[in-house]
Write a new protein. Sequence first.
Length: 441
Amino acid sequence: MNIHRKRFLLTAGLVGILFCGAVVFMWGRGQVKAAPDDVYKNMEVLAEVLRHIEKNYVEPREPKDLIYGAIKGMVQSLDAHSAFMTREEHQELMMETKGSFTGIGIEITIKDRVLTVVSPIEGTPAFEAGLKAADRIISIEDKTTKDMSLMEAVKLIRGPKGTKVNLTVVREGADKPLKFTMVRDVIPLISVRKHMLNPEMGYVRVSNFQSKTGSDLAESLEALENGRQLKGLILDLRNNPGGLLSQAIEVSELFLEEGVIVSTKARDSSQNIVAKAHPNKAPRNYPIVILVNGGTASAAEIVAGALQDNKKALVLGTRTFGKGSVQTILPLSDGAGLRLTTARYYTPSGRSIQLDGIVPDIDVDFVPPADKEEKGPKHTVREADLDRAMPKEKAQEVQPDKDKNQVLDLDARAKELVEKDNQVRYAMQLLQSWTIFSKIR
């Protein structure tokens, strides 16, 4: 199903970045139903409070600021992902769809009423400084984040390139709050990176879902498959906070030939969606392992759930974040915007992952690499170490594939992944075993 055929656009990300080209009326087919009497009565109370503030408050206040404050409070009472945006905040949000913004590179949400890091974006100031998923931000520039809205936090954290921002976070296991000083920079949202881990094993990392993620991933897969018979692929969705629902569907379609990808259920049945896969020109029949963790959220969970339920991939890692709602971005008449939670989404088997997340098929915690000075296991004596060991029979010399070796020699990041990332190594072992067992009759 082509999601763009709808009259509105949806985001399945923690911070919505999708523009809605036309106002969506949530109550019917283009017409707003009359509000019930109790709504009008409460509106009268709101107007009464506004009059009292304008007349009696100790200092004068702009009516627009008062009304905006009331709207923000109303929307904030709904859920952690709905938000009212001023014109400036709405415009800034739209910039993200163009591929970059200025800040430190973290995705945040409100969890248990505390501003919480979902994940740092790879290669950004936040990532380099050592911020981690699940860090709880208790202050920004010494300003407490208690009762702070998501949009207010984003506004404080972002700023001109080259300026500094200070965050204080509480981290599980740390004895005291940690302080981070980071220099803001332009954050390029490069959503897809690829590597060959060995001549037959591919690796792609999808860090978020933006407007070109599906096409970028398609190009990356074609480059990995070009002239090779892939024996397996690792799809890394760890610390992927989500993004555009349409791109989660497009990415899933790259691997599926049929079946449901995701369904959504809204109050307005006209907004219910059932997205299905269609045959690809070149079916991808090699085994796939998807890597996930607690920073895998929303659109990334859609992809993991779609491939898991359709028996197309094994999911390896730890339980995902558990965001199973969809937000619609609604532009308002004065240029402001409303990000409103309008639907829940479900995996092909009908699971709602809200709060529960995706449970991996194979539960493997990430183990940080040991210190370089730490001694490894002692060398095991082998036949080749023995004195007077009989030499092996000379085999016919095979000329190496220069192109493949060149890719592996130049790809330092791939080597680092294999050496330092236990989850990647485990996935490689699974894929290698998969290939071996498939030959057993």
